[in-house]
Design a protein around this ligand. Structure first.
Ligand code: AP5
Ligand code: MG
Length: 375
Protein backbone atom coordinates (compact mmCIF):
# COMPACT_ATOMS: atom_id res chain seq x y z
CA UNK A 1 0.00 0.00 0.00
CA UNK A 2 2.77 2.44 0.90
CA UNK A 3 6.38 1.90 -0.12
CA UNK A 4 9.36 2.55 2.13
CA UNK A 5 10.33 5.44 -0.18
CA UNK A 6 6.91 7.06 0.30
CA UNK A 7 7.16 6.58 4.06
CA UNK A 8 10.61 8.19 4.10
CA UNK A 9 9.30 11.14 2.14
CA UNK A 10 6.40 11.59 4.55
CA UNK A 11 8.81 11.49 7.52
CA UNK A 12 11.05 14.04 5.78
CA UNK A 13 8.03 16.35 5.58
CA UNK A 14 7.11 15.91 9.24
CA UNK A 15 10.72 16.50 10.36
CA UNK A 16 11.00 19.60 8.22
CA UNK A 17 7.88 21.12 9.79
CA UNK A 18 9.01 20.14 13.29
CA UNK A 19 12.48 21.62 12.76
CA UNK A 20 10.88 24.84 11.60
CA UNK A 21 8.56 24.99 14.65
CA UNK A 22 11.29 24.20 17.19
CA UNK A 23 14.09 26.15 15.52
CA UNK A 24 16.32 27.87 18.09
CA UNK A 25 14.50 26.37 21.08
CA UNK A 26 16.46 26.58 24.32
CA UNK A 27 14.60 23.83 26.21
CA UNK A 28 14.91 20.10 25.47
CA UNK A 29 11.48 18.91 24.38
CA UNK A 30 10.47 15.30 25.00
CA UNK A 31 9.83 12.99 22.08
CA UNK A 32 7.32 10.53 23.54
CA UNK A 33 7.49 7.29 21.59
CA UNK A 34 4.30 5.24 21.93
CA UNK A 35 5.43 1.61 21.93
CA UNK A 36 5.41 -0.65 20.07
CA UNK A 37 3.86 0.73 16.91
CA UNK A 38 5.74 3.97 16.58
CA UNK A 39 9.19 2.60 17.32
CA UNK A 40 10.39 2.71 13.69
CA UNK A 41 8.72 6.03 13.01
CA UNK A 42 10.23 7.61 16.13
CA UNK A 43 13.70 6.34 15.20
CA UNK A 44 13.46 7.64 11.65
CA UNK A 45 12.00 10.95 12.79
CA UNK A 46 14.63 11.48 15.48
CA UNK A 47 17.48 11.07 12.99
CA UNK A 48 16.09 14.02 11.07
CA UNK A 49 15.62 16.47 13.96
CA UNK A 50 18.05 19.40 14.26
CA UNK A 51 17.22 20.35 17.86
CA UNK A 52 17.93 18.54 21.13
CA UNK A 53 15.26 16.09 22.23
CA UNK A 54 14.90 13.74 25.16
CA UNK A 55 13.49 10.34 24.26
CA UNK A 56 10.84 8.95 26.57
CA UNK A 57 8.77 5.85 25.78
CA UNK A 58 5.53 4.48 27.03
CA UNK A 59 3.47 1.48 26.09
CA UNK A 60 -0.25 1.19 25.71
CA UNK A 61 -2.29 -1.74 24.60
CA UNK A 62 -5.35 -0.86 22.59
CA UNK A 63 -5.86 -3.65 20.08
CA UNK A 64 -7.20 -7.15 20.32
CA UNK A 65 -6.81 -8.90 16.98
CA UNK A 66 -7.78 -6.37 14.33
CA UNK A 67 -10.34 -4.58 16.44
CA UNK A 68 -9.99 -1.45 18.50
CA UNK A 69 -11.32 -2.07 21.98
CA UNK A 70 -12.32 1.55 22.27
CA UNK A 71 -10.63 1.71 25.70
CA UNK A 72 -6.93 2.06 26.25
CA UNK A 73 -4.87 0.37 28.93
CA UNK A 74 -1.67 1.89 30.14
CA UNK A 75 0.52 -1.19 30.22
CA UNK A 76 3.92 0.29 30.87
CA UNK A 77 4.57 3.65 32.51
CA UNK A 78 6.73 6.37 31.12
CA UNK A 79 10.47 5.81 31.03
CA UNK A 80 11.22 9.43 32.00
CA UNK A 81 9.83 12.46 33.77
CA UNK A 82 7.91 14.90 31.57
CA UNK A 83 6.88 17.38 34.26
CA UNK A 84 7.49 20.99 33.22
CA UNK A 85 8.57 19.94 29.72
CA UNK A 86 7.20 20.33 26.23
CA UNK A 87 6.13 16.97 24.84
CA UNK A 88 5.72 15.73 21.29
CA UNK A 89 3.61 12.56 21.29
CA UNK A 90 4.75 10.30 18.46
CA UNK A 91 2.13 7.84 17.27
CA UNK A 92 2.22 5.40 14.38
CA UNK A 93 -1.45 5.76 13.46
CA UNK A 94 -4.55 7.69 14.47
CA UNK A 95 -7.91 6.24 13.49
CA UNK A 96 -10.98 7.06 15.62
CA UNK A 97 -8.74 9.16 17.86
CA UNK A 98 -9.74 7.47 21.18
CA UNK A 99 -6.15 6.58 21.99
CA UNK A 100 -4.68 9.95 21.14
CA UNK A 101 -7.30 11.79 23.20
CA UNK A 102 -6.43 9.63 26.24
CA UNK A 103 -2.73 10.08 25.61
CA UNK A 104 -3.11 13.84 25.40
CA UNK A 105 -4.93 13.79 28.75
CA UNK A 106 -2.36 11.51 30.43
CA UNK A 107 0.53 13.67 29.25
CA UNK A 108 -1.11 16.87 30.48
CA UNK A 109 -1.94 15.25 33.85
CA UNK A 110 1.73 14.33 34.20
CA UNK A 111 2.61 18.02 34.02
CA UNK A 112 3.71 18.67 30.41
CA UNK A 113 3.71 22.41 29.69
CA UNK A 114 2.82 21.94 26.03
CA UNK A 115 1.62 18.92 24.04
CA UNK A 116 2.12 18.48 20.31
CA UNK A 117 0.72 15.47 18.52
CA UNK A 118 2.56 13.79 15.72
CA UNK A 119 1.33 10.76 13.80
CA UNK A 120 2.83 8.96 10.84
CA UNK A 121 -0.59 7.90 9.53
CA UNK A 122 -4.12 9.28 9.85
CA UNK A 123 -7.43 7.73 8.80
CA UNK A 124 -9.45 10.89 8.15
CA UNK A 125 -12.60 8.88 7.35
CA UNK A 126 -12.92 7.67 10.93
CA UNK A 127 -11.11 10.34 12.96
CA UNK A 128 -13.92 12.12 14.80
CA UNK A 129 -12.26 14.07 17.61
CA UNK A 130 -11.86 17.84 17.82
CA UNK A 131 -8.25 17.44 19.02
CA UNK A 132 -5.82 19.09 16.59
CA UNK A 133 -3.13 16.85 15.12
CA UNK A 134 -0.02 18.99 14.74
CA UNK A 135 2.03 16.74 12.45
CA UNK A 136 0.53 14.17 10.09
CA UNK A 137 2.81 12.18 7.79
CA UNK A 138 0.21 10.68 5.52
CA UNK A 139 -3.56 10.25 5.22
CA UNK A 140 -4.76 6.74 4.39
CA UNK A 141 -8.12 5.02 3.76
CA UNK A 142 -9.77 3.02 6.52
CA UNK A 143 -8.01 -0.29 5.87
CA UNK A 144 -6.29 -2.51 8.40
CA UNK A 145 -2.62 -2.22 7.68
CA UNK A 146 0.64 -3.85 8.77
CA UNK A 147 4.30 -3.02 8.42
CA UNK A 148 6.79 -0.34 9.42
CA UNK A 149 6.06 -0.84 13.10
CA UNK A 150 2.38 -1.72 12.76
CA UNK A 151 1.34 -5.27 13.57
CA UNK A 152 -1.33 -7.89 13.21
CA UNK A 153 -1.33 -9.79 16.51
CA UNK A 154 2.29 -8.72 17.02
CA UNK A 155 3.41 -9.96 13.59
CA UNK A 156 4.52 -7.80 10.66
CA UNK A 157 6.16 -4.91 12.49
CA UNK A 158 9.47 -5.63 10.74
CA UNK A 159 8.09 -5.15 7.22
CA UNK A 160 9.78 -2.23 5.54
CA UNK A 161 6.77 -1.21 3.47
CA UNK A 162 3.15 -0.90 4.64
CA UNK A 163 0.62 -3.49 3.48
CA UNK A 164 -3.16 -3.85 3.61
CA UNK A 165 -4.03 -7.00 5.49
CA UNK A 166 -5.22 -9.71 3.11
CA UNK A 167 -8.97 -9.92 3.72
CA UNK A 168 -9.19 -13.67 4.30
CA UNK A 169 -12.37 -15.15 5.83
CA UNK A 170 -10.96 -15.19 9.38
CA UNK A 171 -10.18 -11.53 9.07
CA UNK A 172 -13.80 -10.78 8.17
CA UNK A 173 -15.05 -12.72 11.16
CA UNK A 174 -12.89 -10.60 13.45
CA UNK A 175 -14.06 -7.42 11.71
CA UNK A 176 -17.73 -8.28 12.12
CA UNK A 177 -17.24 -8.95 15.81
CA UNK A 178 -16.35 -5.33 16.35
CA UNK A 179 -17.36 -2.57 14.01
CA UNK A 180 -14.83 0.03 15.05
CA UNK A 181 -12.64 -0.63 12.02
CA UNK A 182 -15.58 -1.05 9.66
CA UNK A 183 -16.59 2.51 8.82
CA UNK A 184 -15.81 2.99 5.15
CA UNK A 185 -15.67 5.78 2.65
CA UNK A 186 -18.94 6.49 0.88
CA UNK A 187 -18.84 7.82 -2.67
CA UNK A 188 -20.26 11.28 -3.22
CA UNK A 189 -20.76 11.99 -6.91
CA UNK A 190 -22.10 15.27 -8.19
CA UNK A 191 -24.10 14.92 -11.39
CA UNK A 192 -23.64 18.30 -12.99
CA UNK A 193 -24.96 20.02 -16.11
CA UNK A 194 -27.33 22.65 -17.46
CA UNK A 195 -31.12 22.16 -17.43
CA UNK A 196 -32.12 19.40 -19.80
CA UNK A 197 -28.60 18.00 -20.11
CA UNK A 198 -29.88 14.52 -19.22
CA UNK A 199 -28.97 14.36 -15.53
CA UNK A 200 -32.22 12.72 -14.48
CA UNK A 201 -32.16 10.45 -17.53
CA UNK A 202 -28.68 9.09 -16.81
CA UNK A 203 -29.09 8.93 -13.02
CA UNK A 204 -31.23 5.78 -13.10
CA UNK A 205 -28.58 3.62 -14.75
CA UNK A 206 -25.79 5.14 -12.67
CA UNK A 207 -27.40 4.44 -9.31
CA UNK A 208 -28.17 0.88 -10.33
CA UNK A 209 -24.69 0.06 -11.60
CA UNK A 210 -22.77 1.67 -8.71
CA UNK A 211 -25.28 1.06 -5.89
CA UNK A 212 -25.85 4.73 -5.17
CA UNK A 213 -28.80 6.71 -3.83
CA UNK A 214 -30.08 9.30 -6.32
CA UNK A 215 -30.86 12.66 -4.75
CA UNK A 216 -32.41 15.20 -7.12
CA UNK A 217 -33.07 18.45 -5.25
CA UNK A 218 -35.38 19.52 -8.10
CA UNK A 219 -37.48 16.33 -7.72
CA UNK A 220 -37.56 16.72 -3.92
CA UNK A 221 -38.81 20.28 -4.28
CA UNK A 222 -41.47 19.17 -6.79
CA UNK A 223 -42.64 16.58 -4.23
CA UNK A 224 -42.98 19.35 -1.63
CA UNK A 225 -45.01 21.39 -4.13
CA UNK A 226 -47.26 18.44 -4.94
CA UNK A 227 -47.81 17.77 -1.22
CA UNK A 228 -48.70 21.44 -0.71
CA UNK A 229 -46.26 21.90 2.19
CA UNK A 230 -45.21 25.33 3.39
CA UNK A 231 -41.78 24.79 1.89
CA UNK A 232 -43.42 23.71 -1.38
CA UNK A 233 -45.53 26.83 -1.55
CA UNK A 234 -42.50 29.05 -1.07
CA UNK A 235 -40.42 27.09 -3.57
CA UNK A 236 -43.12 27.07 -6.27
CA UNK A 237 -42.95 30.78 -7.06
CA UNK A 238 -39.17 30.67 -7.36
CA UNK A 239 -39.07 27.51 -9.48
CA UNK A 240 -41.81 28.76 -11.79
CA UNK A 241 -39.78 31.90 -12.33
CA UNK A 242 -36.68 29.86 -13.18
CA UNK A 243 -34.86 31.13 -10.08
CA UNK A 244 -33.14 29.13 -7.33
CA UNK A 245 -34.63 28.39 -3.94
CA UNK A 246 -32.55 29.62 -0.96
CA UNK A 247 -29.31 27.70 -0.30
CA UNK A 248 -30.26 26.75 3.29
CA UNK A 249 -33.41 24.96 2.12
CA UNK A 250 -31.61 22.51 -0.16
CA UNK A 251 -28.61 22.17 2.18
CA UNK A 252 -30.95 21.04 4.95
CA UNK A 253 -32.59 18.47 2.66
CA UNK A 254 -29.23 17.03 1.69
CA UNK A 255 -27.89 16.78 5.22
CA UNK A 256 -31.06 15.00 6.38
CA UNK A 257 -30.81 12.43 3.62
CA UNK A 258 -27.11 11.76 4.26
CA UNK A 259 -28.00 10.97 7.86
CA UNK A 260 -30.98 8.76 7.00
CA UNK A 261 -29.92 6.73 3.98
CA UNK A 262 -27.85 3.60 4.64
CA UNK A 263 -27.18 0.39 2.70
CA UNK A 264 -25.73 2.09 -0.37
CA UNK A 265 -22.16 2.64 -1.51
CA UNK A 266 -22.72 6.33 -1.98
CA UNK A 267 -24.82 9.18 -3.29
CA UNK A 268 -25.49 10.71 -6.68
CA UNK A 269 -26.32 14.37 -6.22
CA UNK A 270 -28.37 15.65 -9.16
CA UNK A 271 -28.87 19.41 -9.23
CA UNK A 272 -26.91 20.00 -6.04
CA UNK A 273 -24.76 21.97 -5.44
CA UNK A 274 -25.92 24.78 -7.71
CA UNK A 275 -24.07 27.74 -6.18
CA UNK A 276 -20.59 28.21 -4.73
CA UNK A 277 -22.19 28.65 -1.30
CA UNK A 278 -23.89 25.25 -1.66
CA UNK A 279 -20.62 23.64 -2.75
CA UNK A 280 -18.89 25.03 0.33
CA UNK A 281 -21.75 23.88 2.54
CA UNK A 282 -21.50 20.41 1.02
CA UNK A 283 -17.77 20.31 1.78
CA UNK A 284 -18.38 21.16 5.40
CA UNK A 285 -21.32 18.73 5.77
CA UNK A 286 -19.04 15.97 4.44
CA UNK A 287 -16.00 17.08 6.46
CA UNK A 288 -18.01 16.61 9.66
CA UNK A 289 -18.42 12.97 8.61
CA UNK A 290 -14.77 12.64 7.58
CA UNK A 291 -15.89 12.33 3.96
CA UNK A 292 -15.22 14.20 0.71
CA UNK A 293 -16.76 14.72 -2.72
CA UNK A 294 -15.56 11.84 -4.89
CA UNK A 295 -15.96 13.48 -8.28
CA UNK A 296 -18.13 15.70 -10.39
CA UNK A 297 -19.60 14.02 -13.46
CA UNK A 298 -20.61 16.85 -15.76
CA UNK A 299 -22.86 16.39 -18.80
CA UNK A 300 -22.48 19.27 -21.25
CA UNK A 301 -24.79 20.38 -24.05
CA UNK A 302 -25.11 23.75 -25.83
CA UNK A 303 -27.92 26.21 -25.00
CA UNK A 304 -29.94 25.59 -28.18
CA UNK A 305 -30.08 21.87 -27.40
CA UNK A 306 -31.27 22.67 -23.84
CA UNK A 307 -34.33 24.40 -25.27
CA UNK A 308 -35.01 21.63 -27.76
CA UNK A 309 -34.88 18.93 -25.07
CA UNK A 310 -36.98 20.86 -22.56
CA UNK A 311 -39.67 21.61 -25.18
CA UNK A 312 -39.76 17.90 -25.97
CA UNK A 313 -40.04 16.96 -22.26
CA UNK A 314 -42.76 19.58 -21.65
CA UNK A 315 -45.03 17.66 -23.98
CA UNK A 316 -44.41 14.37 -22.12
CA UNK A 317 -44.04 15.23 -18.43
CA UNK A 318 -45.87 18.54 -18.09
CA UNK A 319 -43.40 20.01 -15.58
CA UNK A 320 -44.55 23.52 -14.63
CA UNK A 321 -41.08 25.01 -15.09
CA UNK A 322 -40.89 23.59 -18.64
CA UNK A 323 -44.09 25.30 -19.76
CA UNK A 324 -43.05 28.82 -20.67
CA UNK A 325 -40.26 30.07 -22.88
CA UNK A 326 -39.49 32.84 -20.33
CA UNK A 327 -38.99 30.34 -17.50
CA UNK A 328 -36.72 28.19 -19.66
CA UNK A 329 -34.65 31.24 -20.64
CA UNK A 330 -34.39 32.26 -16.98
CA UNK A 331 -33.28 28.76 -15.96
CA UNK A 332 -30.56 28.89 -18.60
CA UNK A 333 -29.49 32.35 -17.43
CA UNK A 334 -29.53 31.25 -13.76
CA UNK A 335 -27.37 28.27 -14.75
CA UNK A 336 -24.77 30.47 -16.48
CA UNK A 337 -24.73 33.11 -13.73
CA UNK A 338 -24.91 31.03 -10.55
CA UNK A 339 -24.09 27.42 -11.35
CA UNK A 340 -21.45 27.52 -14.09
CA UNK A 341 -18.82 29.02 -11.70
CA UNK A 342 -18.82 25.64 -9.98
CA UNK A 343 -16.91 24.22 -12.93
CA UNK A 344 -13.85 26.24 -11.93
CA UNK A 345 -14.45 25.52 -8.25
CA UNK A 346 -14.27 21.76 -8.85
CA UNK A 347 -11.49 22.03 -11.44
CA UNK A 348 -9.35 23.72 -8.80
CA UNK A 349 -10.22 20.90 -6.41
CA UNK A 350 -9.12 18.40 -9.09
CA UNK A 351 -12.58 16.80 -9.06
CA UNK A 352 -14.12 17.88 -12.34
CA UNK A 353 -14.78 15.41 -15.17
CA UNK A 354 -16.82 16.32 -18.25
CA UNK A 355 -18.85 14.16 -20.62
CA UNK A 356 -20.12 15.22 -24.04
CA UNK A 357 -23.90 15.13 -23.63
CA UNK A 358 -24.99 15.68 -27.21
CA UNK A 359 -24.98 12.01 -28.30
CA UNK A 360 -27.79 9.50 -27.87
CA UNK A 361 -28.88 8.47 -24.37
CA UNK A 362 -26.94 5.19 -24.76
CA UNK A 363 -23.76 6.93 -25.99
CA UNK A 364 -23.81 9.35 -23.08
CA UNK A 365 -24.40 6.47 -20.66
CA UNK A 366 -21.41 4.56 -22.04
CA UNK A 367 -19.11 7.60 -21.63
CA UNK A 368 -20.31 8.03 -18.05
CA UNK A 369 -19.70 4.36 -17.22
CA UNK A 370 -16.21 4.46 -18.77
CA UNK A 371 -15.41 7.47 -16.63
CA UNK A 372 -16.92 6.13 -13.41
CA UNK A 373 -15.31 2.69 -13.72
CA UNK A 374 -12.03 4.49 -13.05
CA UNK A 375 -13.13 5.85 -9.65
P1 AP5 B 1 -34.09 20.38 -11.56
O1 AP5 B 1 -35.25 19.48 -11.49
O2 AP5 B 1 -32.80 19.87 -11.09
O3 AP5 B 1 -33.97 20.91 -13.05
P2 AP5 B 1 -32.73 21.24 -13.99
O4 AP5 B 1 -31.41 21.35 -13.38
O5 AP5 B 1 -33.19 22.44 -14.74
O6 AP5 B 1 -32.55 19.98 -14.82
P3 AP5 B 1 -33.65 19.17 -15.53
O7 AP5 B 1 -34.25 18.22 -14.57
O8 AP5 B 1 -34.55 20.09 -16.26
O9 AP5 B 1 -32.76 18.44 -16.61
P4 AP5 B 1 -32.00 17.07 -16.57
O10 AP5 B 1 -30.55 17.36 -16.76
O11 AP5 B 1 -32.37 16.23 -15.41
O12 AP5 B 1 -32.52 16.46 -17.92
P5 AP5 B 1 -33.45 15.19 -18.20
O13 AP5 B 1 -32.70 13.95 -17.90
O14 AP5 B 1 -34.79 15.37 -17.60
O15 AP5 B 1 -34.44 21.70 -10.76
C1 AP5 B 1 -35.66 22.37 -10.94
C2 AP5 B 1 -35.71 23.66 -10.16
O16 AP5 B 1 -35.64 23.38 -8.75
C3 AP5 B 1 -34.56 24.64 -10.39
O17 AP5 B 1 -34.80 25.46 -11.52
C4 AP5 B 1 -34.55 25.42 -9.08
O18 AP5 B 1 -35.54 26.38 -9.06
C5 AP5 B 1 -34.90 24.37 -8.05
N1 AP5 B 1 -33.68 23.72 -7.50
C6 AP5 B 1 -33.26 22.45 -7.72
N2 AP5 B 1 -32.10 22.20 -7.07
C7 AP5 B 1 -31.76 23.36 -6.46
C8 AP5 B 1 -30.64 23.75 -5.68
N3 AP5 B 1 -29.63 22.91 -5.42
N4 AP5 B 1 -30.60 25.03 -5.21
C9 AP5 B 1 -31.61 25.89 -5.48
N5 AP5 B 1 -32.69 25.58 -6.23
C10 AP5 B 1 -32.76 24.33 -6.72
O19 AP5 B 1 -33.55 15.32 -19.77
C11 AP5 B 1 -34.27 16.35 -20.38
C12 AP5 B 1 -35.06 15.79 -21.58
O20 AP5 B 1 -34.14 15.41 -22.58
C13 AP5 B 1 -35.88 14.55 -21.26
O21 AP5 B 1 -37.08 14.61 -21.96
C14 AP5 B 1 -35.00 13.40 -21.76
O22 AP5 B 1 -35.76 12.30 -22.18
C15 AP5 B 1 -34.29 14.04 -22.91
N6 AP5 B 1 -32.91 13.52 -23.09
C16 AP5 B 1 -32.00 13.28 -22.11
N7 AP5 B 1 -30.86 12.84 -22.64
C17 AP5 B 1 -31.04 12.83 -23.98
C18 AP5 B 1 -30.19 12.46 -25.08
N8 AP5 B 1 -28.93 12.05 -24.89
N9 AP5 B 1 -30.70 12.56 -26.34
C19 AP5 B 1 -31.97 13.00 -26.53
N10 AP5 B 1 -32.81 13.33 -25.52
C20 AP5 B 1 -32.35 13.25 -24.28
MG1 MG C 1 -33.70 16.43 -13.75
Amino acid sequence: MITYEQIEKAIDGVAERMNRDFEGCTDVPVLLCILNGSILFTAELMKRLDFNVELVSMKLSSYVGTSSTGKIRQVMGMTGDIKGKRVIIVEDIVDTGNTIVDLDRIVREKGATQVKICTMLLKPAVYNKPLKLDYVGMEIPNDFIVGFGLDYDEVGRNLKDIYVLDPDPDYHVVQQADNTQNASHMKYYILFGPPGAGKGTQATAMVEKYNLRHISTGALLREEIAAGTELGLKAKALIDAGALVPDEVVEGMIENLFAKVKDVDGFLLDGFPRTIAQAEALDSILAKKGEKVTSVVSIMIPDDMIKERIRHRAAIEGRADDASEDTINNRIKTYHDKTEPLIDFYKKAGKYAEIEGTGTIEQVRESIFTLMDKF
